[in-house]
Design a protein around this ligand. Structure first.
Ligand code: ATP
Ligand code: LTN
Length: 335
C-alpha cells in the first residue's frame, strides 16, 4: 500500500518586508520541506486588512512578498504559491466556520488581545482573524502547518473548530498539527530580546529585513542588546536572552552544531560574536537579495506564477467548500 503524501499548508501576511524571524521561523522550514510533501503557501492578503492599512502599500507588498518567497527558495514547480483573495473559498469557508465558532473562543486569543490593546477602535475582522486562518488550513485537508511559536494557539483553535464542524455535520476535516522548530521558533527583536521580532515594528535596530544592505545589517547587529555577562553559550535564562538570540541566528544561518559554535566563541568577547553574526547573516541573505532584485523587475512573470498557483489551489478548495455547503444543508448551485 502506498502512503498518501502529507499535505502542508502555511500562510504569511503581505504586511511589510520579511524579517529574519519570518525567514528562520517559517520560510526556511517551508523550503526544506519541499519535494517530499504536497505544499501550499498562501500570501494572506485578506488577513492583512484586519489592521489599518494603505491600499497602495498592500498592492506593492503582495508582489514583493511573492518575489521574496521565490528568492528564498519556494519553488513554484514544487509548491502551490498563491494569493488568498484569488481563491474565494477562503472567505466563504470563513463565513461557514464563523457560524459554528463561539465568540468566547476568539476573545481569549492572545494575538487578538495583544493587537487590540494597541488600537483605539478594534475592527471586527481582527477578532475574526483566526476563523479565516482555520478556513485556510481546513480547505486543503492539511496535515501539517509549519509556523513560528506565536501561531500555536491559532492552530489549536483550528483543531477545535474542525472538531466542532465534524461533530455537528459528520466527518469533514482533517485535524492539522502545528510544526514548530526547536531553534528559530521565536526570534527576538535585536533592540529588545524580550519582545518578538515583528514585521510591523519599524524602529531602526528592531529587525533585520531580508533585503537590508550589508552595512545596515552590521549597524543593527552591532547595536543589539546583550547582557552584562561574558559567556557565549546557548541558554534559556531570560537574563541572557540577547546573547542566546544572536547565537540562534548564527546557528540557523551557518547550519553548525551548538557544540561547534560554543567552541568557536570560547574565550571571545561580545564584539567578536556580533561581527561573526553580522557576517553570517549577510552571507546567508546575499543569494536571496540578489535573486529578489532580479525577480521584482518582472511583475508580469510574478502574476503568471500566482495565476498558476490560484488555479491549482482552486482545484482543491472549491470541491471542499461544496462539501461543506452540502453538509450544512445548502442547495448547491449546479456547476
Ligand atoms: P506582524 O508583526 O505584521 O503581525 P509577523 O512578523 O508576526 O507580522 P506574520 O506574517 O504574521 O509575521 O508571520 C509569518 C510567519 O512568520 C508565521 O509562521 C509566524 O509564526 C512567523 N514568525 C513571525 N515572527 C517570528 C519571529 N519573531 N520568530 C519566528 N517566527 C516568526
Ligand atoms: N496568522 C498567520 C498567517 C496565516 C497562516 C494561515 C499561517 C494565515 N493563514 C494558515 C498558517 C496557516 C501569521 O503568521 N500571523
Amino acid at each position: 500500500m502506498t502512503l498518501k503524501p502529507k499535505r502542508v499548508f502555511s500562510g504569511i501576511q503581505p504586511s511589510g518586508m520579511l524579517h529574519i524571524g519570518n525567514y528562520l521561523g517559517a520560510v526556511q522550514q517551508w523550503v526544506q520541506g519541499q519535494g517530499t510533501k504536497v505544499n501550499f503557501i498562501c500570501i494572506v492578503d485578506l488577513h492583512a486588512i484586519t489592521m489599518p492599512q494603505e491600499p497602495a502599500a498592500l498592492h506593492r507588498q503582495t508582489r514583493e512578498l511573492a518575489a521574496l518567497l521565490i528568492a528564498a527558495g519556494i519553488d513554484p514547480q514544487q509548491t502551490t504559491l498563491f494569493v488568498q483573495s484569488h481563491v474565494r473559498a477562503h472567505a466563504e469557508g470563513c463565513w461557514l466556520l464563523n457560524c459554528i465558532t463561539p465568540l468566547g473562543w476568539l476573545e481569549r486569543m492572545t494575538q487578538y488581545k495583544h493587537k487590540a490593546q494597541r488600537q483605539e477602535s478594534v475592527l471586527t475582522g481582527l477578532l475574526d482573524y483566526p476563523v479565516l486562518q482555520a478556513a485556510d488550513i481546513l480547505l486543503y485537508d492539511s496535515d501539517e502547518v509549519p509556523v513560528g511559536e506565536d501561531q500555536k494557539q491559532h492552530i489549536e483553535l483550528t483543531r477545535d473548530i474542525a472538531g466542532r464542524f465534524n461533530s455537528l455535520y459528520g466527518e469533514t476535516f482533517v485535524l492539522p498539527q502545528p510544526i514548530i522548530r526547536e531553534s528559530g521558533a521565536r526570534i527576538m527583536a535585536l533592540n529588545d530580546p524580550h519582545a518578538k521580532m515583528s514585521k510591523s515594528d519599524f524602529t531602526r535596530g528592531h529587525a533585520i529585513r531580508v533585503n537590508d544592505s550589508p552595512d545596515e545589517i552590521r549597524w543593527v547587529v552591532k547595536r543589539a542588546v546583550t547582557d552584562p555577562g561574558r559567556d557565549i553559550t546557548f541558554s534559556a535564562d531570560p537574563a541572557r536572552a540577547g546573547v542566546n538570540n544572536l547565537l540562534q541566528i548564527y546557528e540557523l544561518f551557518t547550519g553548525q552544531s551548538r557544540a561547534a559554535i560554543e567552541a568557536h566563541f570560547a574565550g571571545k568577547g561580545y564584539g567578536a560574536l556580533k561581527t561573526d553574526v553580522a557576517e553570517a547573516v549577510i552571507e546567508g541573505l546575499r543569494p536571496i537579495r540578489e535573486r529578489y532584485e532580479h525577480l521584482i523587475t518582472d511583475p508580469a512573470e510574478l502574476d503568471r506564477i500566482l495565476a498558476v498557483g490560484a488555479t491549482q489551489a482552486r482545484a482543491v478548495a472549491e470541491p471542499k467548500i461544496r462539501e461543506m455547503m452540502a453538509k450544512v444543508g445548502f442547495v448547491l448551485p449546479t456547476l
